[in-house]
Design a protein around this ligand. Structure first.
Ligand SMILES: *[C@@H]1O[C@H](CO)[C@@H](O)[C@H](O)[C@H]1NC(C)=O
Ligand SMILES: *[C@@H]1O[C@H](CO)[C@@H](O)[C@H](O)[C@H]1NC(C)=O
Ligand SMILES: *[C@@H]1O[C@H](CO)[C@@H](O)[C@H](O)[C@H]1NC(C)=O
Ligand SMILES: *[C@@H]1O[C@H](CO)[C@@H](O)[C@H](O)[C@H]1NC(C)=O
Ligand SMILES: *[C@@H]1O[C@H](CO)[C@@H](O)[C@H](O)[C@H]1NC(C)=O
Ligand SMILES: *[C@@H]1O[C@H](CO)[C@@H](O)[C@H](O)[C@H]1NC(C)=O
Ligand SMILES: *[C@@H]1O[C@H](CO)[C@@H](O)[C@H](O)[C@H]1NC(C)=O
Ligand SMILES: *[C@@H]1O[C@H](CO)[C@@H](O)[C@H](O)[C@H]1NC(C)=O
Ligand SMILES: *[C@@H]1O[C@H](CO)[C@@H](O)[C@H](O)[C@H]1NC(C)=O
Length: 824
């Protein structure tokens, strides 16, 4: 029965010591979860088997199976100052375990030969044997009991590797270092109660190298405690820091909580300390949010009998999920508020969270004495009341780590502009009534978009509202006693005031309507203002403008349709990179053969040069069958040519002498149609007379000239043939042949060459011998060096050379030639 009563108070420690393995033989083996987890000498009370929380139970109800069999070692004083040495009556027996006990005496230090800490030569010399003999015992010592002596220091006792318990209660310790026993993985119990300990190092207790289960630091004089001594890595029974002067917890090594790790669990008592402000675990453990505190859920903390101030700092932890609340407080622990006065004596379990407030001082950023700033985390708001304080501008507000919104009451002041303060967007409620506000700028209205309530009543100089207000809830925007100008710029007001039916107690503002005078806002009707006439006019103007622009665009497009078509076809041809179908001819040359200079140039220079390059050429006045249907043949030839080379001279589109339309007109038409229809066909236009587009009547040719893709005859670089070749592309039908060109005078043309090169005019062949054909085709003709052949110029006799000065561009060629002719 007694056991049950104890288990009910599972975490209260007066029950713990009553139990020992001797008294209760009904035990079963048990291991702790820390570094001592390989121990075989511990047992748990059989009663825990039936507990729901079996491991919690065993942590408090365990014992060592050797308990009571320890062999005592004695301590003998060696100085009058209270030093002693440990003595043994027998030699070391390795199957025994030992206990050093010396209680209620006057020891001022641990015995000098415990871990041989004492380096004083006089003692070491005198007790050399004891120092030497005792070393064998060290690993077999399981308990130190020096309670009620006058020990002032805790030496390094890490040599006692099997140490299980240390009892130093009732001594005069003032400080405990985190190195004194940090390697003792068997250490289960330490009792330092009733000392004068002021400080213990961080990580003295909770470190991963220790497996402490019962720790008693009660009845000391510590004023602060490092949180890393509380947050044990392994399960424990009780950490007792009660009856100290602890007022705050620290985290000096700035360690953070590993949120994916399990700490504890165990029970920690802070009873009867001086904690006024509830520890902010979120800050202490560097947590991102309070809910991560769930790690501590299995810890029990006892904060009873502290002068706890139930203020805003309490709210975050109390508002967490109820189970955290329950675990921390456990049912039997009632934390009683000591302050503030209105909560004194009330258990925090009964405190209304709304009453957990902090009054923020000037040091926190509150404008004193004009304002009263109250942090109320349960609302998530800081209440700042600066009403009736003769303020000239919007005040600064304090910062709080618990609340993020502002409730600002600055009514009844002298404020005339709303300063762009950084916290505007965090305002939830703002009371600006009874001020002197002249205008609410748009950006301020934007920053206030999330404010649930805005009160701008009684600002007599305010004549307009920012348009951004139309998105606000009219019923939560208070505007009593305002006279707002409702004109064509603010027709939105009409929609806004009717957007929602408000509470009957809501008071609307007045509208000052041009030509209509004052009226209640609800009666404002924008239709009476004739606002839209100007708008319709603007709209009409705009539409007409757009129409005109569209018309201009389409006229231009019509006018330039051929140019656009050519450009489009060009682009399409550029993109076209499929295999080109085979044509019979590479080039169809279209020119007016009645024009002598053109004919001369075509037949003597162009033809020769192209043939030399092994282009296959259709030349109408050479290749047409005499007597055939010219148009049909030309059409077929063009259809079978990859390129049409048009030599555009002034005479190209001229009427023939017999009054008929020139042949060239049809040639051009066929070429043009082919160019439009077949992606891989091309027109190369040679502007023989440097005609300008305006000279040409036929639109596609004009467009061709405009778009500027022609070969101009007045070519300064004198590389017309070169350019023509580039535009034509390489001759298509012939494979690359070895370089056995005609220019090699000593080599006979090969058979292949003779076979593939179309018959070459004898005249031209003759030039080759006399003049470098290279030169001719590279730089075209050079007039002075041109060798005329009289026999080939039969038509010249029929049609005399024109003497009018239409020679400017063919000058270099034709005119000079004819002059030469005349001379002869
Ligand atoms: C050591 O202790 C065991 C049991 O305590 C005892 O049986 C044994 O005789 C002792 N050995 C010596 C050498 O004293
Ligand atoms: C041990 O204590 C020292 C001194 O107080 C401190 O600097 C050190 O961080 C502590 N060790 C650990 C592991 O926290
Ligand atoms: C420490 O000693 C005191 C006094 O004897 C006792 O009440 C307390 O339970 C002990 N603490 C531990 C952890 O054994
Ligand atoms: C946190 O704990 C987990 C699980 O114990 C461990 O894997 C991880 O390394 C720890 N992280 C840090 C930063 O210690
Ligand atoms: C602001 O303060 C005035 C004067 O104390 C008060 O009448 C008014 O109700 C307060 N406004 C708000 C929104 O609390
Ligand atoms: C108002 O303040 C905000 C933040 O402080 C800033 O981003 C914004 O540019 C300011 N606007 C004006 C008009 O000063
Ligand atoms: C208002 O709230 C919305 C939605 O939460 C947010 O996107 C916006 O930035 C807030 N406006 C201001 C001025 O803070
Ligand atoms: C409307 O506002 C514009 C500028 O925002 C101003 O120039 C104009 O005078 C206003 N019109 C009326 C009728 O108030
Ligand atoms: C109207 O406002 C009054 C006081 O402002 C409030 O008591 C009442 O509940 C409101 N009624 C409705 C229907 O919101």
């Amino acid at each position: 029965m007694r056991l049950k009563a104890c288990l009910l108070f599972l975490f209260t420690w007066y029950c713990v010591n009553v139990f020992s393995c001797v008294r209760y033989s009904d035990t079963y083996p048990w291991k702790p979860d820390g570094p001592g987890k390989d121990r075989e000498d511990l047992a748990c009370h059989i009663g825990c088997k039936y507990e729901v929380e079996e491991s919690d139970c065993c942590r408090c109800w365990n014992c060592a199976i050797w308990a009571g069999t320890e062999v005592d070692l004695f301590v003998e004083f060696v100085t009058i100052l209270g030093k002693g040495v440990v003595l043994s009556e027998e030699t070391y027996n390795e199957s025994s375990i030992y206990k050093i006990e010396h209680t209620h005496s006057d020891l001022t230090d641990l015995p000098s030969n415990i871990c041989n800490w004492d380096s004083e030569p006089f003692i070491r010399d005198l007790y050399e044997d004891e120092f030497d003999n005792m070393q064998a015992f060290w690993p077999a010592v399981v308990e130190l009991d020096f309670q009620y002596n006058r020990i002032r220091r805790l030496q390094d006792i890490n040599c006692l590797t099997k140490l299980d318990a240390v009892n130093l209660q009732g001594n005069k310790l003032t400080y405990v270092s985190n190195h004194s026993f940090h390697n003792l993985i068997y250490l289960r119990t330490i009792n330092f109660t009733n000392n004068q300990i002021q400080y213990i190092d961080p990580s003295t207790i909770g470190t991963p190298t220790l497996n402490l289960i019962n720790v008693d630091f009660s009845h000391n004089i510590m004023t602060e405690l490092d949180i890393m001594n509380v947050l044990s890595h392994f399960g424990y029974c009780v950490l007792d820091f009660s009856h100290n002067d602890i007022s705050h917890l620290t985290n000096k090594p700035q360690q953070s909580l590993n949120v994916s790790k399990k700490y504890g669990p165990g029970f920690t008592s802070f009873r009867n300390n001086e904690i006024v402000e509830f520890p902010n675990f979120k800050v202490l453990f560097h947590l991102e949010k309070m809910s991560q505190l769930g790690k501590l859920i299995e810890f029990g903390f006892d904060f009873r009998e502290n002068p706890l101030n139930c203020d805003c700092a309490f709210q975050p932890i109390l508002s967490q999920a109820e189970h955290i609340f329950l675990v921390i407080m456990r049912n039997y622990m009632d934390i009683i508020c000591q302050s503030p006065p209105d909560l004194e004596g009330i258990s925090i379990r009964n405190v209304d969270l709304d009453r957990l407030l902090c009054q923020l001082p000037a040091s926190a950023g509150c404008k004193k004495p004009e304002c009263l700033c109250i942090d109320k985390p349960n609302d998530g708001r800081i209440y700042v009341d600066c009403s009736n304080s003769d303020l000239g501008e919007v005040p600064d507000v304090p910062y709080s780590e618990y609340s993020s919104h502002i409730y600002l009451n600055i009514s009844d002041n002298r404020i005339n502009t709303i300063r762009n303060v950084s916290y505007l967007s965090t305002i939830d409620v703002i009371d600006l009534s009874k001020n002197d506000i002249v205008e609410i700028p748009s950006e301020v209205a934007n920053l206030l978009e999330n404010a649930s309530v805005i009160d701008i009543s009684d600002n007599l100089r305010l004549k307009s509202l920012p348009r951004e207000f139309q998105r606000r809830d009219i019923c939560k925007t208070f505007m009593r006693n305002l006279v707002i100008r409702c004109d064509c710029n603010s027709t939105w007001i009409q929609t806004w005031v009717h957007s929602k039916p408000c509470n009957s107690s809501y008071v609307f503002f007045m509208c000052d309507v041009p030509d209509h005078g004052l009226m209640p806002a609800l009666s404002f009707n924008a239709d009476e203002l004739n606002c839209f006439s100007t708008n319709y006019f603007l709209l009409a103007t705009w539409i007409v403008g757009v129409l005109i622009v569209l018309m201009l665009l389409s006229v231009t497009a019509y006018y330039l349709r051929y140019e656009i078509l050519i450009l489009y076809l060009r682009i399409r041809k550029l993109k076209f990179n499929k295999v080109v179908p085979q044509y019979n001819y590479d080039v169809f040359i279209s020119y007016n053969d009645n024009d002598d200079s053109v004919r001369m140039w075509v037949e003597k220079t162009l033809l020769y040069c192209l043939q030399r390059e092994k282009y296959s050429i259709f030349l109408p006045n050479r290749d047409l069958v005499i007597g055939g249907d010219r148009n049909m043949e030309v059409n077929a030839a063009i259809l079978n040519s990859r390129n049409a080379l048009v030599v555009l001279s002034d005479s190209y589109t001229e009427q023939r002498e017999d009054g008929m339309r020139p042949w060239t007109e049809n040639e051009w038409k066929f070429s043009w149609n082919n160019f439009k229809t077949y992606v891989c066909k091309n027109i190369v236009l040679v502007n023989f007379d440097h005609a300008s587009p305006s000279d040409i009547e036929y639109p596609p040719i004009r467009a061709y000239l405009r778009v500027g893709c022609t070969v101009c005859f007045k070519n300064n670089k004198r590389c017309i043939i070169q350019e023509i070749r580039t535009k034509l592309g390489p001759p298509f039908r012939l494979p690359e042949l070895p370089d056995i060109g005609l220019h090699n005078k000593n080599t006979k043309p090969s058979l292949i060459e003779l076979f593939v090169v179309p018959t070459i005019d004898n005249d031209i062949v003759r030039y080759q011998d006399e003049e470098s054909d290279e030169e001719l085709c590279k730089t075209d003709y050079i007039t002075s060096r041109y060798r005329r052949n009289n026999n080939s110029n039969k038509r010249h006799a029929i049609k005399p050379v024109l003497t009018q000065p239409k020679c400017q561009y063919r000058q270099c060629y034709a005119c000079q030639r004819s002059i030469e002719d005349h001379k002869q």
